[in-house]
Design a protein around this ligand. Structure first.
Ligand code: PLP
Length: 393
C-alpha cells in the first residue's frame, strides 16, 4: 500500500505524485534549471524540456503540441477559457451570453459570477435527479448572443459524464464556442479531444499523479483568447511568466504513464469501485443512498448519503481509523455547507449534509476496499445507534 497503513480514497481531491514523475521532476530541477527564454545552452536545454512536455500532453490528447498552453492548474485553465473568450465582447460594450450547468466547479461558477458583474448574461442549466444533462437542454438555451457553452466532462463529486460530443454537434454549426472542464475525466476515461468536438479543454496535473501547480488548456487552432497574465509573452503570449519547467516535465511524464493501459486500469478500478458499492449496500442495506447515473460516470467515484448521520462526523470517525474520504465537495476552504451539486440533483439538504465522496485510484487495492467496508459499516452502525434521528424499532 503506497500510503503505509493509511487508506487514501480521495483521489478526486488530489493524487499522490507517481514515483516515476517525482524522479523526472528532481532530474529536471537539477539539470535543466535554465530559463527557457535565455539564448545559451542552459536556456536551450530548459526550452527543450518544455517542448517535449507539451508534446507528451498533446500525444495523450491526440492534438497538436502548439494547441497546448501550460497553466498553473485547472482553476487557471477554466478562468482563462471563460474570461479569455468573454472579456473582449464586454470590452466592445456587448452583452455576451454564456451557458453553464448548476453543478460546475467553483472555478467556472465564480468566473461566471465575475463576468456577470461586468455585464455578461449567464444561463445555469439544471440537472436531472441522476446528475445528467441533455444536449436538447443546451440547445433550448441558445440566444443570438450566446458566445460560449462551458460544461464539465465529468462531475468532481458524482463522476457523472455530460454528453459533450452531442452538445458539440449543436454548438459547432452556430459558431458558439464549447469549453469543457475535463479535470475529473482526464486520465480516468479515454478521450480523443478532436473527436469530442469541443474548442477549449481544461486539465490539471495533480489529479493525474503529477504535482500541484501545473495544468493545461487545449485550444482549438484559430480560437482567439484574451490573456489574463501579461508580461514576457511565454506560452505564445497567452500566459506570461517564466515556465514551471519541472512541473511541466512531471505533467508530461504523467501523461506518458497514463497512455499505457488506461482501459485496463479503468476496468481494474471500476471493478474495485463496484465491489465497494455492492459490499456497502449488502452490509448496510437499503438505507444507503447512492447518487448519480449508474452507467454514465467515470469508473472511480462513489457519491453516497448515509441518512441520520452528518457527513462531517462520519469523515472524522473514518479519519480516526486512518481512512481518508471527502465529505461532499464544498469543503474547499474549510467551511462546510451541504453539497450544491447534490442539491441541484434534488437531494434534500439533510441527505446532502450526510453525503460522502469516495474516490479510488492507482494504488487502491481489493484489501483496502474490504477493510474500508468493515470499518465504515461498524462506524455507521455505531452512529446510527446513538443518533436521536434514527428510527428505533
Ligand atoms: N475543475 C474540476 C472539475 C475540479 O475537480 C478541480 C479540482 O478540484 C478543478 C477544476 C480545479 O483544478 P486545480 O485544483 O488544478 O486548480
Amino acid at each position: 500500500m503506497m500510503t503505509g497503513e493509511k487508506i487514501y480514497f480521495d483521489y478526486n481531491s488530489t493524487t499522490p505524485v507517481d514515483p516515476r514523475v517525482l524522479e523526472e521532476i528532481a532530474k529536471v530541477a537539477r539539470e535543466n534549471f535554465g530559463n527557457p527564454s535565455s539564448s545559451h545552452c542552459f536556456g536551450e536545454s530548459a526550452a527543450e524540456i518544455v517542448k517535449q512536455s507539451r508534446q507528451q500532453v498533446a500525444t495523450l490528447l491526440k492534438v497538436k503540441a502548439e494547441e497546448i498552453y501550460f497553466t498553473s492548474g485547472g482553476t487557471e485553465s477554466d478562468n482563462l477559457a471563460l474570461k479569455g473568450v468573454v472579456l473582449p465582447y464586454l470590452a466592445q460594450g456587448r452583452k455576451p451570453h454564456l451557458i453553464i450547468s448548476m453543478v460546475e466547479h467553483p472555478a467556472v461558477v465564480e468566473s461566471c459570477l465575475y463576468l456577470e458583474s461586468l455585464g455578461a448574461l449567464i444561463t445555469r442549466l439544471p440537472v436531472a435527479e441522476d446528475g445528467t444533462i441533455t444536449a436538447a437542454q443546451v440547445a433550448a438555451a441558445f440566444t443570438d448572443e450566446t458566445v460560449l457553452v462551458s460544461l464539465m466532462l465529468a462531475n468532481n463529486e458524482t463522476g457523472v459524464l455530460f454528453p459533450l460530443a452531442e452538445i458539440a454537434a449543436l454548438t459547432r454549426p452556430k459558431k458558439i464556442l464549447l469549453h469543457t472542464d475535463a479535470v475529473q475525466a482526464f486520465g480516468k476515461v479515454e478521450i480523443d479531444v478532436t473527436a469530442l468536438g469541443v474548442d477549449l479543454f481544461s486539465i490539471s496535473g495533480h489529479k493525474v499523479y503529477a504535482p500541484k501547480g501545473v495544468g493545461a488548456l487545449w485550444l482549438r487552432s484559430g480560437v482567439k483568447l484574451e490573456p489574463l497574465l501579461h508580461g514576457g509573452g511565454q506560452e505564445s503570449g497567452l500566459r506570461s511568466g517564466t515556465e514551471n519547467i519541472a512541473g511541466m516535465a512531471g505533467f508530461g511524464i504523467a501523461c506518458e504513464i497514463l497512455a499505457v493501459g488506461m482501459a485496463a486500469e479503468g476496468s481494474r478500478i471500476q471493478a474495485l469501485r463496484n465491489r465497494l458499492e455492492s459490499e456497502l449496500a449488502a452490509a448496510l442495506g437499503q438505507q444507503l443512498i447512492f447518487h448519480g447515473h449508474r452507467q454514465l460516470r467515470v469508473p472511480n467515484t462513489i457519491s453516497l448519503s448515509v441518512p441520520y448521520i452528518d457527513g462531517e462526523a462520519l469523515l472524522a470517525h473514518l479519519d480516526l481509523e486512518d481512512i481518508a474520504v471527502s465529505a461532499g465537495s464544498a469543503c474547499s476552504s474549510g467551511e462546510h455547507q451541504g453539497s450544491p451539486v447534490l442539491k441541484a440533483m434534488g437531494v434534500s439538504s439533510e441527505l446532502a449534509q450526510g453525503s460522502l465522496r469516495i474516490s479510488l485510484g492507482r494504488w487502491s487495492t481489493r484489501a483496502e476496499v474490504d477493510h474500508f467496508v468493515e470499518k465504515f459499516s461498524a462506524i455507521v452502525r455505531r452512529l446510527w445507534a446513538i443518533s436521536p434521528l434514527y428510527p428505533k424499532k
